[in-house]
Design a protein around this ligand. Structure first.
Ligand code: PLP
Length: 399
């Protein structure tokens, strides 16, 4: 039998710390490894698998479009990109869409769009305020925006023009604003940074500050979008509207895609030649995106995720009461984290894996849960039972 893990170690870059599991198949919230062991998958492809594994919605759209037209280039009009753009515009506060292939690419495009707008309307203002622990991707511009020094520092010099301020601190944004400031770039809830939910009033305060100082508010909804937090977009729960929004991860249910949405008056500043990408607006990805987004909207999956979240969060909070090592349950919708008083996340992740539950350590002292929007109550209860047992096993306390 092939030793897949040995071969991975031999042939691939060793830039990921993978869990020792070879996943070969999935269905809904369940996945199986090469030995036939079954897991409940509460990582959900890092918030990508919004409809779960092997969703017929995704599979049928893929099959159908693959027999029609997979790729043409942006030299031509194709219909799936227009359908998906229309659906995104009709279901958001924004007016126009640019397609790319990933979250980082959406951030890169948003940065270029903002700078182009700044050149035309703000006398060349270029500086973007971002936050400590904010995560925007690994390419040079997105990395410059990312607020974690250890991700950035080995690759300096990065793209200039980014300043970082503490998360959830409106005064810091006010103080960092100067004549060269162009935009504020934020996640509505910090995902990779540890599932950090802003205080009530923070995002509305940022929106007001941006409006009164003629700054763009760029929201990175790459992780929080597509219904994950209980509404299609997380900004809806804050009573605000961004000027530019980045989407990716779950947009095509697992097929690579990214998108930037912008207000008409801003999007108009990007003209032919300014930006583009070969695979962007690819008919295959766009057709699956349309099927995924339409399914989410038509079936009320954001509200379903909010109801599932109540049950999941209630079970997790009961652990907070019973297990002293559990210090906090935070997040919104199906983007939740459990924090511990000690750095036991890696051990809890390993113990859960052995017991058939996949979760992810988002901080040394916190784990993150991001099941598909379609997760069932039974799956939630089983996952919580496993997590409970795993925490008890790691800390030596009875569950
Ligand atoms: C994952 C993520 C990105 C980067 O997306 P990639 O597709 O990995 O490039 C950017 N922003 C946020 C908020 C993310 O969670």
């Amino acid at each position: 039998m092939t030793d897949w893990i040995a071969d991975e170690r031999k042939y691939l870059f060793q830039n990921y710390g993978r869990q020792p599991v070879v996943l070969v198949r999935g269905e809904g919230t369940r996945a199986w490894d090469a030995d036939g062991k079954e897991y409940l998958d509460f990582v959900g492809g890092l918030a990508v698998n919004v409809l779960g594994h092997a969703s017929p919605v995704v599979a049928e759209a893929l099959a159908l479009q693959s027999q029609q037209l997979i790729h043409t280039s942006n030299l031509y009009y194709t219909t799936p990109m227009i359908e998906l753009a229309k659906l995104l515009v009709e279901n958001s506060c924004l007016d126009r869409v640019f397609f790319c292939n990933s979250g980082a690419e959406a951030i890169e495009a948003a940065i270029k769009l903002a700078r182009r707008w700044g050149l035309d309307t703000r006398g060349g203002a270029f500086e973007i305020i971002a936050t400590h622990d904010g995560f925007h991707g690994r390419t040079m511009g997105a990395l410059a925006a990312t607020g974690t020094a250890r991700y950035r520092e080995p690759f300096e010099p990065l793209v200039p023009g980014f300043v970082h301020v503490p998360w959830n601190d409106l005064d810091a944004i006010r103080s960092a604003t100067g004549p060269k400031t162009l935009a504020v770039l934020l996640e509505p809830i910090q995902g990779e940074g540890g599932v950090n939910v802003p205080s009530p009033g923070f995002l509305p305060g940022v929106r007001e500050w941006c409006t009164s100082n003629n700054l763009l508010l760029i929201l990175d909804e790459v992780q929080t979008g597509m219904g994950r937090t209980g509404t299609l977009w997380a900004y809806e729960q804050e009573g605000i509207e961004p000027d530019i929004m980045c989407v990716a991860k779950g947009l095509a249910g697992g097929v690579p895609i990214g998108a930037v949405l912008a207000r008409e008056a801003i999007a108009a500043h990007l003209v032919p030649g300014d930006h583009g990408t070969t695979f962007g607006a690819n008919p295959l990805a766009a057709a699956v995106g349309t099927a995924t987004l339409r399914h989410i909207i038509d079936n009320g999956l954001p509200a379903q995720a909010a109801r599932a979240s109540e049950r999941l969060a209630a079970r997790l909070r009961s652990m907070e009461d019973r297990l002293p090592v559990v210090t906090e349950v935070r997040g919104r919708g199906l983007l939740l984290a459990v924090a511990f008083s000690r750095d036991i996340a890696a051990e809890v992740v390993a113990s859960c894996r052995q017991r058939g539950l996949l979760i992810n350590g988002v901080r040394p002292n916190a784990i993150r849960l991001m099941p598909p929007l379609t997760v069932t109550d039974d799956e939630i209860f089983r996952a919580c039972d496993i997590l409970d047992e795993a925490i008890a096993a790691v800390t030596g306390t009875p569950g």
